[in-house]
Design a protein around this ligand. Structure first.
Ligand SMILES: Nc1ncnc2c1ncn2[C@@H]1O[C@H](COP(=O)(O)OP(=O)(O)O)[C@@H](O)[C@H]1O
Ligand SMILES: [Mg+2]
Length: 148
């Protein structure tokens, strides 16, 4: 794979494939194993969210036009979009509300732990979330891969 990757995401198998290809594509460009793994993890988290919440979507990698050595990871989907853009990036906040209730019990109906986007943000230079006017969510992550 030489061109910057673009993956269509519809099911878990697509996410597995994208995660593995991202790792290989970056390592083949001299990116360290650890940074490639962090990027592959971002691809995996955004991909799983597309499958869970966005129905159908895509993930694209491209080199950042302004900051040399940074990679943009863009995920878009055709789902309902974020119901709350601020809460989405908060750790432990799931589709069903806070994962752990005040009495310490966990919500079993949640689709995940609510820890994905918080981790993605910590692993990146910046992360922006928005709902597209035409519908669906867009997540843009900027990741530094080559120091410079
Ligand atoms: N593509 C998306 N479309 C709509 N809502 C989303 C999308 N991705 C994430 N969210 C919302 O943001 C919340 C936090 O996402 P995340 O941290 O990945 O947690 P989790 O996947 O475990 O629920 C989700 O619970 C969901 O409500
Ligand atoms: Mg998630």
């Amino acid at each position: 794979m030489t061109a910057a990757p673009l993956w269509r995401i519809e099911c878990e198998a697509d996410v597995v494939c994208a995660r593995g290809e991202a790792q290989k594509w970056l390592e083949s460009r001299g990116v360290s194993r650890v940074l490639a793994a962090e990027t592959a993890l971002i691809v995996s988290e955004l991909g799983q969210n597309i499958v869970k919440y966005g129905k159908l979507g895509s993930i694209q990698l491209r080199w950042n036009a302004q900051k040399r050595g940074d990679l943009d990871i863009e995920a878009t989907d055709s789902g309902p979009g974020f119901s709350d853009l601020n809460r989405a990036r908060m750790d432990g906040t799931t589709s069903a509300g806070p994962l752990v209730r005040a009495d310490g019990s966990c919500r079993s109906q949640a689709l995940g732990l609510g820890l994905g986007l918080g981790a993605v943000e910590r692993l990146s230079r910046r992360m922006s979330l928005r709902n597209r006017p035409e519908g669906g969510a867009q997540i843009l992550v900027q990741k530094m891969l080559y120091p410079g």
